[in-house]
Design a protein around this ligand. Sequence first.
Ligand SMILES: CC(C)(COP(=O)(O)OP(=O)(O)OC[C@H]1O[C@@H](n2cnc3c(N)ncnc32)[C@H](O)[C@@H]1OP(=O)(O)O)[C@@H](O)C(=O)NCCC(=O)NCCS
Length: 261
Amino acid sequence: MVDRRSSARLRPPRKNWIPIGRQCDRLENLHNLATLVVTNQGSVSPIMAVQHHLTFARERRVASRGFNQAMKIYEDAFPLQERASRDVVADRIRSGRERLMVGREGGDVVVMALVWPVTGFDYLLLDYVAVLDRMRGEGIGQDFVRFLFDKADEERKSVLLEIEDPEEGDDKGWRLGRVRFFRALGAKELRGVRCVLPPLQGNAPTGLRLLIYAKPAPKRLSGSFVRKLVSQVYQEVYGVRPNDPIMTVSIRNIGDEVVLG
Ligand SMILES: CC(C)(COP(=O)(O)OP(=O)(O)OC[C@H]1O[C@@H](n2cnc3c(N)ncnc32)[C@H](O)[C@@H]1OP(=O)(O)O)[C@@H](O)C(=O)NCCC(=O)NCCS
């Protein structure tokens, strides 16, 4: 279990607020700091710093409140076609094939991730990560993903991330925000690689970009390594057969060399 005092932010909820006072991103051990903000309507009001005291841990029990709270966050954050059912996730956690990582505040789960160690590779797939809807934009995601990356470093593993392609869908701003979010934490994009996530429930596929977090970060990877890694993830995690068209589409644009950036 890891205890972290996290994210005392003088950053107000980003929607309508423009801070005019002193602004800091990560202050430790500060309570109830006030700053002044001016709304986009021009009025000035004091706001309090958002501070979280989070405990990060692996949740191994599926018959638990923690599992149910994490699954609620997961189901609220991801559309049906992009997630496995609760029963499938429970089965994977029980068998140890997938790890459920959670961050709690005051005993309640406020952030969750599903992490899949890829068989035969020194890679962990960061399958999903989500913060409780009403607590997004307060630094929790950053702290949690940094914790997950540190754990991967300890295991001497790299992390593979699949992100919805910002060029698809009608929420380009959020999708670009997600790419920025992971890049700011040190992940690098596999340039030119475009994959297709088979529908996990329902029937709509999802376009994906891939990112990798590795320490030290390689500048390039061989195309054959990336093809093997993608192919392993597709077979192991999504149950796609090697000759499935979705596999062909996903690996055919991977050249001899993949540049990370
Ligand atoms: C993406 C997510 C995990 C980030 O956690 P967070 O606690 O909200 O983020 P933080 O406050 O630590 O960091 C802020 C950054 O996250 C991104 N972000 C914030 N809210 C977001 C949202 N609702 N959706 C997507 N990205 C968001 C922005 O890039 C932001 O960067 P900025 O400050 O430069 O604008 C969280 O917003 C979330 O759960 N989104 C829905 C699920 C998801 O998209 N998961 C990632 C793909 S697996």
